[in-house]
Write a new protein. Structure first.
Length: 278
């Protein structure tokens, strides 16, 4: 007889959504964001990449992108082709030891999971089963852990393997990350890296789906949101994330998150367990 001690499992919330779109026409979960949940994105179709921290991952049908809490990420559209995918969120606190694909790695590394031949279709079928079995607790739990096991057995891939991301752009992204709390001049950034401002703008638009200025602002807002969730006050969050004008920070934060930084900080624990503003 063999004995096995089941690990303690904390209860957690879970949501899954099937999406079909051509371009981003409104704010969705595909916009740049961070939150306190684990996320699984599974591609069904579309000419897209996924950015996690400063890594860019082209994503094929049947491949998955996984992120753990507080990793910056967003989907990048390369054309107006139809984009179909599954989007899964679940809280993870207390269950980190059981979620090895998410927590047994360095932040921002190896977020793309590729499965052996035929595995991608099985992954998509699992996602479909999760939607269909939402009312059957036992079947739902079984399918969820099948999904985690499949991701664990898949091959974690580094970024940039299918697209020729300019090396200078990678360097610039790292510079921006390090300087977020400082003043960043886009023209000077281009000059420092011996590229024209037009080339820099084109790189950002083609590879990241936004302008350099927009990217810097979004990264700062996400950083500020993290500070606010960790109990920083509005002024501290704004200044520490690189906004010198607090009024401007409040205006941009409200435009991006749909709520003022103060209300975000105060109501965060009451929004949902994923840390996403409804």
């Amino acid at each position: 007889m063999s004995l096995f001690k089941f690990p303690t499992l904390n209860g957690f919330e879970f949501s899954i959504k099937h999406s079909l779109s051509k371009i981003k026409t409104e704010k969705t979960a595909e916009d740049p964001h961070i939150h306190n949940a684990c996320e699984i994105y599974v591609n069904l179709s579309g000419n897209v990449s996924f950015m996690v921290e400063n890594n860019i991952y082209p994503v094929k049908r049947g491949e998955a992108i996984i992120t753990r809490p507080n990793e910056y990420h967003h989907c990048i559209y390369h054309s107006d082709t139809e984009h179909e995918h599954y989007w899964i969120l679940f809280s993870s606190q207390g269950n980190e030891d059981l979620l090895k694909p998410f927590f047994d790695r360095k932040p921002g590394e190896k977020n793309r999971i590729t499965l052996p031949e035929g595995g991608g279709d099985m992954l998509i079928e699992l996602c479909e089963n999760l939607l269909l079995k939402a009312d059957d607790d036992i079947s739902f739990i079984i399918e969820f852990w099948r999904l985690i096991k499949m991701l664990s057995d898949g091959t974690a891939k580094k970024g940039d393997s299918h697209r020729n991301i300019p090396q200078k752009l990678k360097k610039i992204l790292d510079v921006i990350e390090k300087r977020l709390s400082e003043e960043i001049n886009v023209n000077e950034l281009a000059k420092e890296n011996n590229v024209s401002i037009n080339t820099l703008e084109r790189w950002f638009k083609e590879e990241l789906g936004m302008s350099p200025k927009e990217f810097i602002t979004v990264k700062r807002l996400n950083k500020a949101a993290l500070f606010l969730r960790n109990s920083s006050n509005v002024q501290e969050a704004g200044f520490d994330s690189g906004f010198n004008d607090i009024s401007y920070f409040i205006k941009k934060f409200k435009h991006y998150y749909g709520i003022t930084p103060y209300k975000y900080s105060k109501s965060f624990s009451n929004t949902d367990k994923y840390g996403l503003i409804p």
